[in-house]
Design a protein around this ligand. Structure first.
Ligand code: IPE
Ligand code: IPE
Ligand code: MG
Length: 238
């Protein structure tokens, strides 16, 4: 029995699509006098736990912000460390095999190292038939960059201006064919989007909290979903 789109006193409405800005790894490490890289390692663990949990409770889509188009500004050593974590994750045979999670990477993957691109291809191909959670991992993702790519493609396809519609734009984004995020969670005490899902978030519910991403637990996700469940979404109506 599906909980989507219904609300009884005893039911709660699950967001169909949750998006998470996985922020606060660096501060988590600093608090423990550890190098920032340790925060990213801990954050990657939390990511796996939360993705598995979303799959378990029947969330349909989870989109996580792992690396932004602006994160290249960081020291080369930190960027390299994050790329190596991505490599490790992709090489880890245990990942989400046998868990029925379908993985897709969103973002401009072109500047990534060739071996990472190949691992991504294998990961996506290997999980293509999964019917459980659809997990989008945003790497070198920027909402503005995504729109620039979409506009370039629309122009190169020779689309006349009168045929440019909201749907056409949505269909040219990395998230083409997916529902917009219902619920965007940002831990770490920052109150901004940092270029995440700019177009898709038009009517998303947001939730901010002070917890640092490596400390985020399934129990916190449950609390967030309870909060979402009580929101009154109007989409401009009454
Ligand atoms: C999020 O944690 C991970 C990435 C952006 C790659 P941060 O590294 O931004 O952690 P803080 O914000 O410095 O604590
Ligand atoms: C957003 O976090 C990007 C990711 C979590 C991948 P940042 O740490 O890069 O965002 P700002 O710089 O604080 O806005
Ligand atoms: Mg940050």
């Amino acid at each position: 029995m599906s909980l989507f789109g219904r609300k009884k006193a005893t039911d709660r409405i699950l967001p169909e699509h949750i998006a998470i800005i996985m922020d606060g790894n660096g501060r988590w490490a600093k608090k423990r006098s550890l190098p920032r890289s340790a925060g990213h390692v801990a954050g990657a663990k939390t990511f796996k736990t939360i993705a598995r949990y979303c799959n378990k409770i029947g969330i349909k889509y989870l989109t996580v912000y792992a690396f932004s188009t602006e994160n290249w500004k960081r020291p080369a050593e930190e960027v390299e460390g994050i790329m190596n974590l991505l490599r490790d994750y992709l090489k880890d045979a245990e990942n989400f095999k046998h868990e029925n999670i379908k993985v897709k990477f969103i973002g401009d993957l072109s500047p990534l190292a060739d071996d990472i691109k190949e691992l991504i291809r294998k990961d996506e191909e290997g999980s293509a038939d999964a019917t459980g959670l659809k997990l989008n991992i945003a790497v070198n993702y920027g909402g503005r960059d995504e729109l620039v790519h979409a506009v370039k493609r629309i122009i190169s396809e020779g689309t006349p201006p009168e045929q440019v519609t909201e749907k056409l734009i949505s269909d040219h984004l990395y998230t083409a064919g997916m529902p917009d995020p219902d619920f965007i969670i940002r831990p770490s005490g920052e109150y901004r989007t940092s270029n995440f899902l700019l177009w898709q978030s038009a009517y998303a519910e947001y939730r901010f909290s002070d917890i640092l991403w490596p400390d985020f637990t399934p129990a916190q996700l449950e609390r967030a979903i309870d909060d979402y469940s009580r929101r009154n979404r109007r989409f401009g109506g009454i």
